[in-house]
Write a protein that binds this ligand. Structure first.
Ligand code: NIG
Ligand code: FE
Length: 425
């Protein structure tokens, strides 16, 4: 019947809608508002989209609601609901681990010292090239499971541990298979410019990305063999410089990809200025951003995707989140899950954002939902609990949503729903 619905979460103490007006993202003071509805109910239709989100007493006056039948009818009394979390930056496809480097870093080695002595990305590339597509798929699926258990329902996911056309294509095929098979939505990113392969110059590596890897990736995309939304570059001293990054991103832009890259992380590189010039969608890290860079990103609505796990694990100063928000840069958050920062939990990232980067809890939630979705150009269907968007919902075992961030490390998540279906208890 047309009065049958997939899911009702009823009488929640709080439903944090984040937005109620279909705004595509928030910046400045607006980042501090999250639209909380008390004693509220969410209804998701058979197609997986939200049909109603309102106070239970208001819905109870409507005839359609009184006559409705729900396949899954959940009493959410004493619990809170937030939108499915969106992880704006991850590297989930790799084999091997670098726990030995964790110990070296604790003993004082820097990221670049480890990189230059053959560890870091180079080590992971060797392990990942040697791994089969099946093995990488299994690893990636397991990581998506763990992200989902922590409330993530949309994730940006990079290639980048292949660094040649065949290996990058293998990683992108893994991402497509994971995307097609897993409940978590995936926005794949081509990161052939993640590092300079051993024995090559940066100029040759950049040329390889533009003239060999990218054409192969675009052809595979056009043939439906892989999905690619975004292009990324590790723009950093000793990796790709300003003009190489400019060339790679411009080629990606010409191929119809969103520009979403690593910049101003360990050294100031004018990444923010470059991103603004090129019309980038997002720039990640930004620990070393300049005042001019902040102004350029604010003016051009370039998303700053901040990754508090990086500064934490490398013991460096975090990015100036407060200054960026107050200057009007739209801010998103990501876990940066990778072998250097082994974090799959957005609630922990939100905790770090609040404690180490002085973001308010509301700002952290907006950054981890609506703004992360918008940084991936997916806020039409993700990032807030609004009629017409996917019914992606995190049910929190507390009447106050803030416990999601306050209860460090093991977030009190009772259930996660994707498109109105129970995806994780
Ligand atoms: O975002 N900075 C470059 N990429 C990752 C690290 C990847 C790695 O070390 O394997 C990052 O921190
Ligand atoms: Fe990264």
């Amino acid at each position: 019947t047309n009065n049958r619905f997939k899911l009702r979460l009823r009488n929640a103490a709080q439903v944090v809608a984040v937005s109620t007006t279909r705004e595509t993202f928030k910046k400045g003071a607006a980042m501090n508002t999250v639209a909380i509805i008390e004693d509220a109910t969410v209804v998701v239709g058979l197609d997986g989209t939200v049909v109603a989100v309102a106070r239970e007493t208001e819905l109870a006056t409507q005839q359609w609601y009184c006559d409705a039948v729900f396949d899954d009818d959940v009493d959410a009394r004493g619990k809170a609901v937030v939108p499915g979390l969106v992880d704006g930056h991850t590297h989930p496809v790799w084999a091997g681990d670098r726990v030995n480097e964790f110990e070296q870093k604790l003993a004082g080695a820097t990221y670049m010292e480890i990189h230059l002595r053959g560890g870091g990305i180079g080590y992971t590339v060797a392990q990942t090239r040697a791994a089969s597509e099946e093995a990488l798929l299994e690893l990636t699926m397991g990581r998506l499971d763990r992200m989902l258990a922590q409330g993530t329902t949309l994730v940006e996911a990079k290639s980048g541990y292949g660094l040649d056309a065949d290996s990058e294509l293998k990683l992108l095929r893994v991402l497509k298979r994971a995307k097609d098979a897993h409940a978590v939505a995936v926005s794949p990113t081509f990161l052939g410019a993640h590092s300079v392969p051993r024995g090559m110059s940066a100029a040759d590596a950049a040329a390889d990305v533009v003239h060999k890897q990218l054409p192969v990736v675009v052809a595979a995309r056009d043939a439906g063999l892989v999905d690619v939304d975004n292009i990324d570059v590790f723009m950093e001293k000793g990796v790709f410089d300003y003009s190489q990054t400019d060339g790679i991103l411009s080629a990606g832009k010409a191929a119809g990809l969103c520009l979403n890259f690593h910049g101003d992380e360990l050294n100031h590189m004018q990444a923010a200025e470059l991103g603004a010039k090129l019309g980038a969608r997002a720039i990640s890290h930004l620990e070393e951003i300049s005042k001019d860079g902040i102004a350029a990103m604010a003016t051009n609505n370039v998303f700053g995707v901040l990754l508090p796990t990086t500064a934490y694990v490398l013991r460096i100063a975090p990015p100036p989140a407060r200054e960026m928000i107050d200057s009007g840069v739209p801010i998103a958050l990501g876990s940066d899950f990778n072998p250097n920062a082994h974090c799959l939990s957005m609630p922990f990232v939100m905790n770090l954002a609040a404690v180490t980067m002085k973001m308010t809890l509301n700002e952290a939630l907006v950054a981890a939902t609506l703004n992360s979705a918008a940084s991936l150009n997916k806020s039409d269907m993700h990032g807030s609990i609004e009629v017409g968007k996917w019914g992606n919902l995190v049910l929190i075992d507390s009447p106050l949503w803030t416990h999601l961030v306050y209860e460090m490390v093991d977030a009190p998540i009772a259930a996660v729903y994707v498109k109105g279906s129970l995806a994780k208890k």
